[in-house]
Every structure is written in structure tokens, then in C-alpha cells.
Design a protein around this ligand. Sequence first.
Ligand SMILES: NC(=O)c1ccc[n+]([C@@H]2O[C@H](COP(=O)([O-])OP(=O)(O)OC[C@H]3O[C@@H](n4cnc5c(N)ncnc54)[C@H](O)[C@@H]3O)[C@@H](O)[C@H]2O)c1
Length: 331
Amino acid sequence: MADNEILVVGGAGYIGSHMCKYLWRRGYRPIVLDNLVCGHRAAVQWGPFIQGDIGDPETLDRVFSEYDIKGVLHFAAYTCVPESVDIPLKYYGNNVANTINLLQGMVRHGVNRLIFSSSCATYGVSDGTPMSEDHVQHPITPYGRTKWMVEQILDDVESAYGLRAVCLRYFNAAGADPDGHLGEDHRPETHLIPIIIKTALGQRDFLSVYGDDYPTRDGTCVRDYIHVEDLAQAHLLALERLLAGGPGGKYNLGNGDGATVREVIERTRGITQASIPVRFEERRPGDVPVLIGSSEKAIRELGWRPQYSDLDAIIETAWNWHRRYPDGYPE
Ligand SMILES: NC(=O)c1ccc[n+]([C@@H]2O[C@H](COP(=O)([O-])OP(=O)(O)OC[C@H]3O[C@@H](n4cnc5c(N)ncnc54)[C@H](O)[C@@H]3O)[C@@H](O)[C@H]2O)c1
């Protein structure tokens, strides 16, 4: 058994796979547990892979017995916000009930450090200014509520069992491995930048933009894009703080700045030199005009130093991967 083993649940997915490479580069051994419902076997390249479900106690017992797990990074969830409105029980079952099973496994095996992928969707509404961690949490979708519920469960679990957790509330994860080995491959894809790139590659006839009459600088929604490598950096800083005996907590991970949908399209046109046809549609229910996070607390307390704050760097790394792997990961 090694003394550097970190369990990454959901490590075959977009953010989890980048996390594993980041861990590996810094001398850790990422152990991936993923059921591959949304992830890709080919994205697991940096340590052992166990195909299994966090909802299965026997699988967890086997993993926690076989490896000397120092901490858990939790990326395993369903993530499609509109689908969570249509089939909420699927989301509560996986994102909440299966997380409780994971926590029970950790308690059984005395593993007491967790980094949880939460979301800015726990805030729900915003007045458009950068949100800090004490912004009221009033999630407006089942997906957002699943993340908010787990955050509250973690507070209770910490006081009862001493399991310390850091909840990282991401804004919009984007970009790809700067070396071009890993990228974003959700099926179906629901995130803006890969959809724009697929349109640039001619894999889609046009890009649908939902709403151009929002009270923003050009009428389209403003979102805060954060590079996946910077997310990985924040996770490791949070984990190392727990490993050193530090406290848990809740942190926003955003750029503190945002880009409109039109701006992202224009920047992608510049980088790809493609025309990217656009079709404007009605607003989607549940979309809010502006979601921007203040990450001052993560910078101050975790020592987080994002390296890819520039939108061009985010789009370029994503474009680089999609150009190399236009059909995504092999199945
Ligand atoms: N992508 C974003 O912009 C974003 C923003 C905020 C929060 N998050 C959160 O970050 C995490 C990772 O997101 P992502 O974009 O990488 O998603 P993803 O779908 O690419 O990765 C999730 C992974 O978890 C696995 N998984 C799901 N349920 C599982 C289960 N029961 N047992 C084992 N494995 C399971 C999937 O197979 C997949 O590989 C999620 O928890 C998501 O809610 C993502």
C-alpha cells in the first residue's frame, strides 16, 4: 500500500479526469471509482480504475480495504440541469442518496477527509454582482437542490463523525488539459463552449442561443467560466489543507468576472476562424441573467492562484482537444 492514494469518485468524467492527471503530476496516486454512466474509460490514465457505483456498499468496502485512501474527491453526480427538472428522482437518487452511501463507507473505514464538487446552482438567484459564499442559498432547480442538500448533510456528518469536508462551489467549468490529452466530452453536451466548438467543426448546423433580451450588456446571459486545470489546483489545495489537519469549509471557484454568450461566440470565432451560425430562441425557464462568483475567500484561505483566467486560454485549450479528437473519446 502506498501512502499517497486518493480516491477520485467520478474520475472518468470531465473534471475528475483532469483532477487525476493533476494529482499524478504532484506525486499522488489517484484511484478512480466510476460507473461510466457518463464518464469514459479512455480518460482514466493516471492510476488504477475500478468500474463501480458509489451507491454499492460492497464496492466501497473493497476499495477502502484494498487501498490506503487518505482522502476522497467527489465528482460523481448527474449534472444536466434541465433533465433534473424532468426526472428529479434520478438526481436525488444519485446525487444525494448515493452520496450518503459513500459517506457511510468513509465512516465505516475511518476515512475522514472529503472534497465535494458543489455548484453555484446552490445560490439560485443573483442580483448580478459577484456572489460571495454567504450569499443566500435558494436553489431553483432539483440539480441545485441536490448539491445544497449534500452540503447540509456534510455539516451534520462533520459534527457527528468528525468527517471534515470542503465544498467547492464551481461556476462554469471549461477548457481542457493544456497538453491536449484530456477534454470535455459530455453526451449529450449541454455546456456552451464545447457546443460552440462542435458548431465551428461543422458537427452542428447552428448554435441555439436562448434569450437575447436579458438586462445584460448585449442581451445574452453572463456566466463565469473557470478553467478545469484551475479547478484541479483548488481541489488539491483544499485536500492538502485537510491532510495537514486544517478545517473544512465552503468556497466559490469562479473568475470574479463573466462573459456573455455573444462574447464567447465572438472569441471562439476569432480562435477557430469558423463562421459559427447562430439561431436565437426563447429564454429557457430557470435561466438567470448573470451568475458571477467572487473567489476572494479561496484565494485568501486556500492560496488558490488561477492560471487561466483569460477566456481565450480557456477556449484555445478546449479547441485544441476537440480538433484532435473531433469524435470525443473512443468507446
Ligand atoms: N461541469 C461543470 O461546469 C460543473 C459546475 C459545477 C459543478 N459541477 C460538478 O462537478 C462534478 C463533475 O462534473 P463533470 O462536468 O465532470 O461531470 P461528468 O458527467 O463528466 O462526470 C461525472 C462522473 O461521475 C460518474 N458517476 C456518476 N454517478 C456515479 C455513481 N453513482 N457512481 C460512480 N460514478 C458515477 C460518471 O460516470 C462521470 O464519469 C459533478 O458533481 C458536477 O455536479 C460541474
